[in-house]
Ligand binder design. Structure first.
Ligand SMILES: Cc1cc2nc3c(=O)[nH]c(=O)nc-3n(C[C@H](O)[C@H](O)[C@H](O)COP(=O)(O)OP(=O)(O)OC[C@H]3O[C@@H](n4cnc5c(N)ncnc54)[C@H](O)[C@@H]3O)c2cc1C
Ligand code: FES
Ligand code: FES
Length: 448
């Protein structure tokens, strides 16, 4: 298999094999060793490159997915021997010590300057949340980026060039109703953003490497795009969290979904990870899953036998198990528009804001009328083997006013429905306690 792409402004091709990691191809075949392997699982950002202008972790991208893409590595940033202004600012501002993280930081920060007219401290920190530096300390890095941003256009120029709108990029992200090809065999490996599949050392990654047949879902127009239907938003399974986070229809009608998209990993992960991948991966800690439960979503599944529409509440059948049969895939996710006046509440509790697997995530949607709750849907992640609908707690809210007494009762019920476990991230007791606190706060938030 020959994969052709633009690399630092040069047309190149590779025959390394579609399942090979982009990071290995860049380093071993093209001799571009600026992208480093720190963790091999998307956590550290040392392997960051720009793919069609967006920062991604090269350790999580299979070569087959870069066909026709425009790629920028740190080797393509400077102008000959002259460092780019952002690189010079990091040098001048003491934003570099050992330099292992620097290529990734240059690309992640450069992409941010290219897309943001008015860079702020918070914005820069958010853009760099997926890049770990073990020695400099982040303050100097942030200050250096902000110093470069004083002449933003100049600093952004090398990275804007990597975003150039060429027709290939448009075609790759287009949506449409073109016929959907189905997996050739039941054993075909489906890959979307690859952020679960390629995360180093997992059984899934080994399976992917051994797989004879791979199907790239990100190039299927039928799985892309967000559309307004009569009473719901119709979201393609291969829509990324970055797309969800910024999509005007999602931001306007389903702000809780846009908000959770911004809580997934960090920018490099959001740029690749898809909603369908989060659902099919079926981790009880998948962050979008309780939100889809609270929003009462449905799933459109397609396979050789045709399409079926399933309530999302029935999708997860056990620990990391779903209703998907061999050869089936998630095509679209249908999310009803909340009734006017509805309120929502969402909290993720993890070790830090970015790149953290949830200890608890709680999502709620309340239909309200004249200050009283008409109906509630409450759901939580990381507190049971599957993303959990808190049915008894939700039922107790119906037709009630959000008083302190109700908040305590609903919190007690939610706690009794959860079955959390002790693991490396948290204890069962802590999870139960946090869940009850969040539920209570959600009900009390309705008083405002
Ligand atoms: C550093 C890091 C941080 C992360 N942080 C978070 C986080 O904060 N919250 C969170 O929830 N997750 C997180 N994840 C996990 C991961 O990013 C998400 O689960 C993501 O949504 C997976 O989507 P993907 O497109 O990358 O899936 P892939 O890795 O491509 O696929 C995952 C699985 O789903 C299957 N699949 C994909 N799409 C479909 C489809 N349409 N139909 C049927 N099967 C399909 C694949 O065959 C595969 O088995 C993180 C991962 C990493 C590496
Ligand atoms: S090597 Fe750490 S994110 Fe890729
Ligand atoms: S400068 Fe050493 S890891 Fe960042």
């Amino acid at each position: 298999m020959t994969v052709a792409f633009t690399l630092n402004n040069r047309e190149v091709c590779s025959e390394a094999g579609g399942a090979e990691r982009l990071l290995d191809v860049l380093r071993d075949e093209f001799g571009l060793t600026g992208a480093k392997e720190g963790c091999g699982e998307g956590e550290c950002g040392a392997c960051t490159v720009l793919l069609d202008g967006k920062p991604v972790c090269a350790c999580l991208v299979p070569l087959c997915q870069v066909e026709g893409c425009v790629m920028l590595t740190v080797e393509g940033v400077a102008d000959g021997d002259e460092l780019a202004p952002l690189q010079q600012a990091l040098l001048d501002g003491g934003g570099i010590q050992c330099g292992a993280c620097t290529p990734g930081i240059v690309l992640a920060a450069g992409a941010h300057l290219a897309e943001c007219d008015k860079p702020t401290r918070a914005g820069v920190n958010g853009a760099l949340a997926g890049n770990i530096c073990r020695c400099t300390g982040y303050e100097r890095i942030t200050r250096s980026v902000l110093a470069a941003a004083k002449d933003r256009e100049l600093a952004a120029a090398p990275f804007v060039r990597a975003r150039r709108d060429e027709p290939g990029a448009e075609a790759r992200s287009a949506e449409g109703d073109t016929e959907l090809s189905l997996p050739a065999t039941a054993s075909t490996t489906l890959v979307a953003g690859g952020t679960d599949l390629l995360a180093g050392g997992t059984a899934a990654w080994e399976g992917f490497r051994r797989s004879n047949a791979v199907m790239d879902l990100t190039r299927m127009p039928a799985l892309k795009g967000v559309r307004m239907a009569k009473d719901h938003l119709d979201i393609g399974a291969a829509v990324t969290f970055t797309e969800l986070r910024h999509h005007p229809l999602v931001c306007e009608h389903l702000p809780m979904l846009a908000a959770v998209a911004g809580m997934i990993g960090a920018r490099q992960i959001q740029n690749r990870a898809t909603l369908g991948g989060n659902m099919a991966n079926a981790s009880p800690a998948g962050d979008s899953l309780p939100v889809l439960l609270a929003l009462d979503a449905e799933v459109l599944v397609v396979g050789a036998g045709g399409e079926r529409r399933v309530p999302y509440a029935e999708f997860h059948t056990g620990y990391r198990q779903t209703i998907l049969e061999a050869g089936e895939l998630i095509k679209r996710v249908l999310v009803p528009l909340p009734k006017p006046g509805s309120r929502w509440y969402l909290r993720k509790v993890g070790t830090r804001a970015a790149q953290a697997i949830s200890k608890v995530l709680f999502a709620a949607c309340f239909e309200m009328e004249a200050g009283a709750i008409v109906r509630a849907r409450l759901a939580a992640g990381s507190v049971s083997p599957v993303p959990l609908c808190l049915r008894r707690a939700a039922a107790a809210c119906a037709t009630q006013r959000p008083t302190e007494e109700l908040a305590r009762r609903v919190a007690r019920l939610a706690r009794s429905e959860a079955t959390p476990i002790d693991d490396v991230r948290s204890s069962a007791r802590y999870r139960s306690h946090v869940l009850a606190r969040l539920v209570r706060r959600a009900v009390l938030s309705l008083q405002a």
